[in-house]
Design a protein around this ligand. Structure first.
Ligand code: ARG
Length: 590
């Protein structure tokens, strides 16, 4: 289906042309004076100079050609030269009806289906997920779903931190504690045990101890470095032990991401591209892009237009070891070789921006990324705790994600239990669903790049711009539809004109809905889930006004009632689609 705004543009552009003006002047936009009109066109103002005419005159002439328009119910030229527009009730209700009946609400397939890799999540093995991992997971998942819905091929990759020094540290600490393990016996020839020699809780305890010791104990650090090197060089026992670390850790990560309803197509990590590093670096050298500076191998990335001086990208440290930049470069190569993507998106903390500038420029310069692969850094801001301070537990540690989730869930449970009709089990489950909505909506309704304050009280409120408000609205619609069915009504795709005529709010609901495909297009193009939030919030507000103004099931005119119910069913499915794009679900009852 053509976008609603395109239809308005067509109509207005035709009028400009008929009046003898450039079509392009006929662009229509949402009114910035909603008290006066629904849409407006400022073309007469922009055209005045070229045509040496007063804008008001142009506007009046154009308005003349729109008398009897099927699209606009009123076209008013106002001084100094605006065209104030209202949409015909019939036109909007026909459009909405067609949308409701169309697959994906009439969204058209993209002209070119893109392949997009999204790198999000970025957890590190052997470390628990903490609040810092919340944003990449939530934002990345939503961007993935939006891109997929817009019709593109999307590959989500978790990009595990599973290589390098932390792995050597864990091995070192395990060796201190359990030197008798076969993994440390270099003469061992058999098969290594199936079972890991540690649990996830032990692993999570071991890693911080080991990394702490490295900071204070030189001897220990040396051992850890040596073990890291031996692991990377392929010592059999270490590799097998590392595989156990991965296995235990990934199982736990998957369990945690599942709770967030976040899933990845690929569980690849930094280690997977390790083999690609030496030939890649060799080529960077032989092509003359990498050179030695202060002992390290670097690529200069500074450009003339830079406002501040950017340090070169280090590809091999002075000890010859690869680093975070090298891994990301090799990962680009891997993705180019295997997926030939149109774009690679990185949903990562905005404090890593310099790292990505270095990596992107180096990969272009050295021909690792194709010239036309779009490399995009989607840097997100910090989620702060109350008072705007970084999120910490009471004793100052980082807050585990599980605990944060549990806290919100308990809060929602108390609220939901106020509804005495809900059995306890159902209330628990509903609390889970609602908590996730509160959390995700609270995050996604902010522009990703901004810092925000995580405020449990505000996020779980049932009124205002929150996830629970949305879910309450959906549950309300669901319950009306259920009652209608109980009364023997059948929900079909009825005519919607009665909704548009019932009250301003009814018409607003239809106008909101009509903007769906444009919203999806923009949310995709700008990688902006907050646009989906703004869309559903407005729709929920307008719907609730309609609900308060209009008697729906008590309506005596059966045709009108049918019309209202059709709109409710359509709006509910729009809501469902949108919260799906945001990454959460709605409960049956609350
Ligand atoms: N594991 C990294 C960290 O904890 C984040 C990874 C982000 N993705 C990437 N391709 N560098 O900082």
């Amino acid at each position: 289906m053509k976008k609603f705004i395109e239809l308005l543009n067509d109509e207005m552009m035709d009028a400009f042309e008929k009046a003898g003006y450039d079509r392009a002047l006929g662009r229509v936009g949402v009114s910035n004076r909603p008290d006066l009109c629904e849409y407006q066109c400022n073309g007469a103002m922009s055209g005045a100079k070229a045509y040496h005419k007063a804008p008001f005159m142009i506007a009046e002439e154009v308005a003349g050609f729109l008398a009897g328009s099927k699209v606009f119910s009123s076209v008013e030229a106002v001084k100094p030269g605006f065209l104030n527009l209202n949409i015909s009730e019939k036109f909007i209700s026909d459009y909405a009806k067609e949308m409701f009946a169309s697959e994906k609400f009439g969204i058209e397939e993209p002209e070119k289906k893109q392949t997009i890799v999204i790198d999000y999540g970025g957890p590190n093995v052997a470390k628990p997920l903490h609040v810092g991992h919340l944003r990449p997971a939530i934002i990345g998942e939503s961007i993935k779903r939006i891109a997929r819905y817009a019709g593109h091929k999307v590959i989500g990759d978790v990009h595990l931190g599973d290589w390098g020094m932390p792995m050597g540290q864990i091995i070192t600490e395990l060796k201190e504690r359990k030197p008798e393990l076969v993994y440390f016996d270099e003469s061992f020839e058999g098969d290594y045990p199936e079972e890991a020699p540690f649990t996830i809780s032990e692993l999570e305890e071991i890693y911080p101890v080991a990394s702490g010791k490295c900071k204070t104990d030189e001897e220990y650090k040396k051992k850890a470095l040596q073990n890291t090197k031996e692991l990377q060089d392929g010592r059999k026992g270490y590799r097998a032990l590392w595989q156990q670390v991965l296995k235990v850790s990934v199982a736990d990560l998957k369990r945690n991401y599942e709770k967030l309803d976040v899933s990845f197509d690929l569980w690849m990590g930094e280690s997977d591209v390790d083999d690609m590093i030496p030939p890649m670096v060799e080529k960077m050298k032989s092509d003359g892009f990498a050179h030695i500076s202060e002992g390290a191998l670097v690529v200069d990335i500074a450009e003339e237009t830079d406002k501040k001086e950017l340090p070169p990208c280090i590809v091999l440290k002075s000890d010859g070891a690869a680093n975070y930049e090298t891994t990301d470069l090799a990962t680009i190569k891997y993705r180019e070789d295997n997926f030939d993507p149109d774009a690679i998106l990185y949903v990562v903390d905005k404090r890593q921006e310099l790292h990505f500038i270095q990596v992107f420029r180096t990969s272009r310069k050295c021909g690792i990324a194709k010239q036309d692969t779009s490399l995009e850094f989607i840097g997100f801001g910090t989620m702060n705790g109350p008072g705007g301070k970084p999120f910490k537990t009471r004793d100052g540690g980082v807050l585990r994600l599980e605990y944060l989730l549990k806290e919100i869930e308990d809060k929602m449970f108390v609220k939901i239990s106020e509804n005495k009709d809900l059995p306890k089990d159902e209330a628990r489950n509903t609390a889970k669903i609602t908590a996730l909505a509160a959390l995700k909506y609270g995050d996604l309704s902010n522009q990703a790049s901004k810092d925000y304050i995580f405020d449990t009280e505000r996020f779980t409120a049932s009124e205002g711009d929150t996830g629970p408000y949305l879910l309450y609205t959906m549950v309300r619609i669901r319950s009306i539809l259920a009652k209608y069915k109980e009364q023997g009504g059948e929900i079909g795709q009825g005519d919607l004109i009665a909704c548009a005529e019932a009250c301003g709010a009814g018409k607003s609901v239809l106008l909101d809905v009509a903007g769906f495909s444009k919203m999806v297009e923009e949310a995709f193009a700008e990688r902006a889930p907050h646009k989906v939030c703004a869309f559903v919030y407005k729709l929920a507000n307008d719907f609730n006004s309609f609900y308060h103004e209009v008697k729906i099931l008590a309506e005596e005119d059966e045709d009108k009632k049918k019309s209202y119910v059709s709109m409710l069913a359509g709006v509910l499915s729009v809501f469902e689609t949108c919260i799906g794009l945001l990454g959460f679900e709605s409960p049956e009852r609350m």
